[in-house]
Design a protein around this ligand. Structure first.
Ligand code: 4AD
Ligand code: MG
Length: 480
C-alpha cells in the first residue's frame, strides 16, 4: 500500500518513519512561513496535522490548500510540539490532487445549520458531524449482521418489487412502465394493468415480513435487512418514505420469546456502539450538550447521550399491555389537564406519539414493550388472542423516539387468518402463496421489525430522521 489511513497512523504512530497520507483539508492556519493543515481522510473523526513550510512548497501550492481540497502528503511522522495532537507530519512532498475553490465550496470551516446541510446532502458527509454519523451507521449495520449470525439466523433477501401489500395499509409506491398520459384501458375504462411490465399492479415493498415468514417456516430463524418504502404523507422528524428495516422471523417463538429477542437485540446494538464508536459518540454527545445549552430546561433531555445509551443497555425494559397503557394515559396529568392533542378517553383508540412519549419518558422512564393491542388497529397477520378483542402484538417504545420496533406473534391458524383477511378486505386470491405456509406445516411463529433509522436516531442523539440516512426521501423531496 502506498499510503496509510489516518486512523491506522494515529492508533500506531510510526514516529521517525516517512509515510504518505491522503485526505481532505479541514482547515489551514499559521503564519507566512509555516502552515498547519488539518487533514481528514474519513477513517476517523480525528484530523492529522501537517506542518508545511511555505518556502519548501512555494506560495502557489500553499494557496491551493484550502478547505475541501484533496491532498496527498508525504513526510516524516514526529511527535507534535503543539497541544491537541500526539503526532504530526513534517510535510516533504505535497500534491494537490483536487482543488476546492474557497469562493464556491459551500462548507466553510464554521458551524453550519443542519437545515443548510440537508440542502447540501451530497457534501455533508465531509463535515465532522456527518462523518461521525455515517461511521456509526456502518458499525450498526455490521452489528446487526453479527448479532444474528452469531445466533444462527440466516439472512434472507426479500423482494423490493412486489405485488403485495404486506401491512395491508395501502401506503405503497406504484411501479409501472405504462405511459401516464396514455395508459391502456380495459373495456370499462380503467387502467389495464395486464398491459403493464409485470402484467399486474406492482409496487415497492412496505415490508419483507410475509416473504420472511415463508423462509422462517423452512430455515427456522431468519432475518431480512433491506430498504422499505412507505407512501404515507407524514412530514415528521420520525418518518421517511424510504427507510431500512431489520425483520427477524422465528419459527416456534411465541410473543414472549419474540420480545426477549428484541430486547437482547436492541441492547446488543447499543452496547456495540458504546464499545466500538467511542470517538464518534463522544463528539456527538458534546455536540448535543452544546446545542442544549441555549434551550429551556424542559426541552433538554433528562440524560446525556451516553447516559441514555447506558440506561437502555443496563436496565430491563418495562412491560405493559395496551389496556394497562390506556389506563395509565387516561389517569395521567396531561390527559386530565387536556394537554394531549388527542385526549385518551376510550379503549380501542390508536396511541399517538405524544402518548407513547408520555409512557416512556414520564411514566416508565425507560424503554417499554406494549403488548396485546386491539385487533382493529393492527395488521391482519397478527395472532388473535383468546379474548377475541386483542392480538398478540408488541410495540417497543424508546425515549425520545416513540415506536422503534413493531412486531407480533403471527396468526398460524388457517381459518382465523382467512376470516381476518376478509375483515380487512384482503383478497385471498392474491395471497395463496402466503396461505400455503398455513396450509402445509403451519406452526407458532413470531417476528418484529426494527426501523434502522429510528435506531440511528437513538444511538446518535440526532433529532431529525433526515440526518441519519445519507439521502433522505420525504414528501416533496427526492434530491440526488
Ligand atoms: O410497525 P411497522 O409498520 O411493522 C412492520 O412493517 C412489520 N412488518 C414488522 C414485522 O413484524 N416484521 O414498522 C416497523 C418499524 C417501526 O416500528 C418503525 O421503527 C419503522 O419500522 N418505521 C419507519 N421508520 C421510518 N420511517 C417510516 N415511515 C417508518 N414506518 C415504520
Ligand atoms: Mg408499527
Amino acid at each position: 500500500m502506498e499510503y496509510i489511513r489516518i486512523k491506522e497512523l494515529l492508533d500506531q504512530p510510526k514516529t521517525g518513519e516517512t509515510v504518505t497520507v491522503k485526505g481532505w483539508v479541514k482547515t489551514r492556519r499559521g503564519s507566512k512561513q509555516v502552515n498547519f493543515i488539518a487533514l481528514n481522510d474519513g477513517s476517523t473523526i480525528h484530523n492529522l496535522q501537517i506542518v508545511a513550510e511555505t518556502e519548501k512548497f512555494g506560495e502557489e501550492v500553499i494557496k491551493k490548500i484550502t478547505t475541501g481540497a484533496c491532498l496527498s502528503v508525504t513526510g516524516e511522522v514526529v511527535e507534535s510540539k503543539g497541544s491537541g495532537q500526539a503526532i504530526e507530519i513534517l510535510g516533504e512532498k505535497i500534491a494537490v490532487l483536487g482543488e476546492s475553490d474557497p469562493e464556491k465550496f459551500p462548507l466553510q470551516p464554521k458551524k453550519h445549520s443542519l437545515e443548510f446541510l440537508r440542502e447540501k446532502a451530497h457534501l455533508r458527509v465531509r463535515t465532522t458531524t456527518f462523518g461521525a454519523i455515517y461511521r456509526i451507521r456502518h458499525a450498526m449495520i455490521f452489528a446487526v449482521h453479527k448479532f444474528f449470525n452469531d445466533r444462527g439466523f440466516f439472512n434472507v433477501h426479500t423482494p423490493i418489487l412486489t405485488s403485495s401489500d404486506a401491512e395491508g395499509a395501502g401506503e405503497m409506491f406504484r411501479v409501472t412502465t405504462l405511459d401516464p398520459k396514455n395508459p391502456p384501458l380495459t373495456e370499462d375504462g380503467k387502467v389495464d394493468w395486464r398491459e403493464d411490465f409485470f402484467e399486474k399492479q406492482a409496487n415497492l415493498t412496505v415490508s419483507g415480513q410475509l416473504e420472511g415468514e415463508l423462509s422462517a417456516l423452512a430455515l427456522g430463524n431468519i432475518y431480512t435487512f433491506g430498504p422499505t418504502f412507505r407512501a404515507e404523507n407524514s412530514n415528521t422528524t420520525r418518518h421517511l418514505a424510504e427507510f431500512w428495516m431489520i425483520e427477524p422471523e422465528m419459527a416456534f417463538h411465541d410473543l414472549k420469546d419474540n420480545a426477549e429477542l428484541a430486547e437482547d437485540f436492541l441492547k446488543y446494538l447499543v452496547n456495540y456502539a458504546l464499545e466500538n464508536c467511542e470517538d464518534d459518540l463522544n463528539f456527538l454527545a458534546k455536540r448535543e450538550e452544546d446545542e442544549n445549552k441555549n434551550k429551556p430546561a424542559n426541552e433538554r433531555p433528562a440524560l446525556s447521550l451516553l447516559e441514555r445509551l447506558k440506561m437502555v443497555r443496563d436496565n430491563d425494559f418495562a412491560f405493559c399491555t395496551y389496556t394497562e397503557a390506556i389506563d395509565i394515559l387516561k389517569n395521567s396529568k396531561p390527559n386530565k389537564k387536556k394537554k394531549f392533542n388527542y385526549p385518551v378517553d376510550e379503549w380501542g383508540v390508536d396511541m399517538q406519539s405524544e402518548h407513547e412519549k408520555y409512557l416512556v419518558e414520564k411514566h416508565f422512564k425507560k424503554p417499554v414493550i406494549v403488548t396485546d393491542y386491539p385487533k382493529d388497529i393492527k395488521a391482519f397477520y397478527m395472532r388473535v388472542n383468546d379474548d377475541n378483542k386483542t392480538v398478540a402484538a408488541m410495540d417497543i417504545l424508546f425515549p425520545g423516539i416513540g415506536e422503534i420496533v413493531g412486531g407480533s406473534q403471527r396468526e398460524e391458524r388457517m381459518d382465523v387468518l382467512t376470516s381476518r383477511m376478509k375483515e380487512f378486505n384482503i383478497e385471498e386470491e392474491h395471497m395463496q402463496w402466503y396461505l400455503d405456509t398455513r396450509r402445509f406445516g403451519s406452526c407458532v411463529h413470531s417476528g418484529f421489525g426494527l426501523g434502522f433509522e429510528r435506531m440511528m436516531l437513538f444511538v446518535t442523539g440526532m433529532t431529525n430522521i433526515r440526518d441519519v440516512i445519507p439521502f433522505p426521501r420525504t414528501p416533496g423531496n427526492c434530491e440526488f
